[in-house]
Design a protein around this ligand. Sequence first.
Ligand SMILES: Nc1ncnc2c1ncn2[C@@H]1O[C@H](COP(=O)(O)OP(=O)(O)O)[C@@H](O)[C@H]1O
Ligand SMILES: [Mg+2]
Length: 348
Amino acid sequence: MTSPEFDIFLNALPIPALVIGADARLLGINASARQVLGGDGTGRHYVTALRQPDAIAAVEGCLRDRLRHHAAFTGREGGRETAWRLDVAPLDLPGLRAVLVGFTDLTEMDDARRMRRDFVANVSHEMRTPITALAGFIETLRGPARDDAAAQARFLEIMARETARMTRLVDDLLSLGRIEEDERVRPTAPVALDTLVGAAIAALEPLAAARSVTLAFSGPEAMPTVPGDAAQLRQVLVNLIENAIKYGREGGTVTVRLDPPARIATMPAPAVRLSVQDEGEGIAARHIPRLTERFYRVDDHRSRAVGGTGLGLAIVSHIVERHRGRLKIESRAGQGSVVSVLLPASLS
Ligand SMILES: Nc1ncnc2c1ncn2[C@@H]1O[C@H](COP(=O)(O)OP(=O)(O)O)[C@@H](O)[C@H]1O
Ligand SMILES: [Mg+2]
């Protein structure tokens, strides 16, 4: 085969691939391999194309012993590292001794593995704190506080709080798992958001009262239903209103607003807007893009003090995604925050 024929053959392959001749020059390289390696095509010495010692050793080995070789390869695409496995195989055709190098993309697998590792480490860390506290109090109740009724009552109170924290954490983890499981299935049942908001506000009145926060609602006379999953949308509301109460101003007002279907620039079709506004300290811009990450908190101490798990907004973001909606967090330090959810007003 000539170089153009190799290119045609290589371009038909679903993976980045290239062919190297016995003279160590590139006989062919497909478009996707060119993208991984950068630079132009055939005729170059393979060392100038591959440039990484492991990859070069694998090709060298195959040219010499005509056996299969493998190597790890690190690419760079748009400033981001990509991970590949190279399979180097002898390619012996009539009158031609060459090697074929194929690239398998491991980036996503690597990312997934790293995320899983981080997640397990985070969960373990979150669980260890309350468990350590419980273990300490059990020791104290058995020993020094054995005959001290007042201390016992106080410690049991803290133990109950730590247990409640673990329960919340496990509940949040379970619901995150459930939401992820059917994230691809778009919910379709008609949901009356105004009724849902009313119920969520009623349920959170006691929490608001404890911080002297007034819960206000503003919405149109009649609100059409939207396609959705009522239980999940209720969870969105509860998580957002809870945050506004907990991180908003003590004695302030939290306003829940519903806007009827309208064309909104960032949405492909008419959408309703549901927003929760507080009068708290607000969130510095650099934190905003990270708030939906699991366990990300602006102020670790504060979140824990108010019983947060760090999963609330991660859950919200997954639910909104499942509804093909959009989550928007706007805040200026010192001026409170507005968290809005845009939901498609109809299917299609
Ligand atoms: N309305 C808000 N005002 C200020 N900060 C907020 C608000 N909502 C969320 N945050 C910040 O975002 C973080 C993540 O929120 P969330 O995922 O609900 O976790 P949690 O409330 O359990 O800490 C919170 O710890 C807090 O720092
Ligand atoms: Mg929260």
